[in-house]
Structure formats: C-alpha cells, structure tokens
Design a protein around this ligand. Structure first.
Ligand code: G3P
Ligand code: CA
Length: 278
C-alpha cells in the first residue's frame, strides 16, 4: 500500500519553507533552515544534487554560478571544491543599509556562507527539538540512473528516517517532477510519502489521480490559480495537495480557502502568521 503523508498540523495548511527561509537568508544554507525552524515552519524544502565524489548537497541549479562565488556544474565538482566557495555573500547580510543592519539577525558566518550537505540538514531536523518535516526534491535524477535515490535512501536509513507508522509517520517526504525518481524511492523505502511536482497537469491526471503509489500532488501556484477545482478533485481521489511557491498574502489566503494541505513558501514567518490568524 502507498505511504500516507502525515496529517497536517491543524486546519490551516502546513507551512513548508522553500529552500529554507530563503527570502531572509541565502537559499539552502544552514542559516536559512535554522531561521525557518525558529520562525515556526512545519517543514523544510530542499533540492539535492550529487557531487562528482558522490555526496548529496543542497543546491537548486545545475551550476553553482548563481548562488556562490564559484563556477561550474555541481556534478563536476567535489565536496572539497564546494567547501571552498561562498554560498551566502551574494545575498548580502545588510542590503537594507546600516540602520536595518542594526536589527538584522546576527548570522553565523559559516552557517550563512557554507555549502550545505543533506547529511548536515538531516542532523538539524533530527535535533530540532520538535517535529520538523523535510521535503526533499531530487533534481535531474534521470541523468544519474538511480544514483541520487540510492544515496538518498542510504543516508535516510542511517538516520532511521525510512520507517514510519500511521501513528508516527516518517518526517521525510520525497518530491520530484520525475515519476520515475519517485518510483525508485517507493521501491526502496515504501514508508516514505512521495510528492509528484507539476508545472502543468497532464490530461491523465486532471481528475486528481497521480502516478502509482504517489499520495501527494505538488502543483504550481499557477495551476491552482487557473483551476482552483483541482484541489477538491485531488482530495476526492484520496490524495493531498502541496502548492509551490506561495509568497503573497492573497495567494496564501486563496490556498487556505481551498483547503490545500501545505504551502511551500519563501516567507515561512509571514505565512505562519497569516494562516494562523484566519
Ligand atoms: O517545492 C517545489 C518547487 O521547489 C519546485 O520548483 O524550481 O523551486 O525547485 P523549484
Ligand atoms: Ca525545489
């Protein structure tokens, strides 16, 4: 049977911090994830890629050019190469000027600038002191013919995160635009819920069904704006809806109104405040 996702924390949508609290801190850094946990995020989202020497790191783009002071594809660099780079300064700690800097968080330099391994992020989640879920997205998994998923399952197993029961579901779920990647995860770790990400809904999925074994739909916000009824069709098919990337108050309110199960957002603090007030 398919892994069921954990029930949401209350009647509001769960708040999933997209790449961490990525509006405030540089995406995919420990600073961004620690901030998201402090701001009350229910879950953290991260993208994972394999380095040339087989480590899973949290980086969105194929190349490190946008989010670091280095150049090149993650897949051609070793972890030691990535460790030399600065993944934080592009964001700027005090971009609002000196006055704002006085009130700006006192970032830990290493946490603000270092490449983040999935292993370190798992440690953060496990040691959070409360239940924090982790939504891990496999990026371009087809290129690696199962290596990303194999390494992922190996790490999750080491952390004891591949098992789950209805009373104590695994805090981890795996997301992908690739159904094949999700099937690899299901085969290796049947207790881990999977999320099928969609930029558009293919005809065979319009009525709310999902690829076999998948229990969560991950539509873009644009899909929900154009076709709000998609949410109830997915629910009628017995599945959850996690929408990305929802930052604006009006869109958050719309998602809550439609009863979506989770919103993936760059602004976990604001989302939490807005959704709790409703
Ligand atoms: O959470 C899903 C969303 O992150 C997918 O888009 O490009 O931000 O990885 P992207
Ligand atoms: Ca992502």
């Amino acid at each position: 049977s398919s892994a069921q996702p954990a029930p949401r924390p209350s009647s509001r949508p769960a708040v999933v911090a997209h790449r961490g609290a990525s509006e405030e801190a540089p995406e995919h850094t420990l600073a961004a994830y620690r901030t998201a946990i402090e701001e009350g995020a229910d879950a953290l989202e991260c993208d994972i890629r394999l380095t040339a020497d087989g480590h899973l790191v949290c980086v969105h783009d194929r190349r490190v050019n946008r989010t670091s002071n280095g150049r090149g594809a993650v897949s051609t660099l070793e972890l030691a190469d990535l460790a030399q780079l600065d993944f934080g300064s592009w964001k700027g700690a005090d971009k609002d000027g000196d006055e704002a800097a006085d009130e700006a968080p006192d970032w830990d330099h290493d946490e603000f600038t270092s490449v983040l391994t999935l292993e370190r992020l798992l440690e953060l989640v496990v040691d959070a002191g409360r239940r924090v879920e982790l939504a891990i997205e496999t990026k371009h998994p087809t290129r690696w013919a199962g290596h990303v998923e194999a390494r992922l399952i190996e790490l999750l197993t080491r952390f004891g995160l591949t098992t789950g029961t209805p009373d104590a579901p695994s805090p981890v779920r795996v997301m992908s635009f690739s159904a094949r990647s999700l099937h690899r995860v299901q085969a290796a770790a049947p207790a881990i819920p999977t999320v099928f990400l969609m930029q558009f809904v293919r005809p065979r999925y319009r009525e709310g069904r999902l690829p076999p074994g998948v229990t969560i739909a991950g539509p873009s916000l644009r899909i929900i704006r154009r076709d709000p009824g998609y949410v109830s069709r997915v629910h009628r098919a017995g599945n959850q809806v996690h929408v990305w990337t929802v930052n604006e108050p009006a869109d958050l309110a719309m998602c809550a109104q439609l009863g979506v199960d989770a919103v993936i957002t760059n602004r976990p603090r604001a989302a939490r405040e807005l959704l709790t007030q409703r």
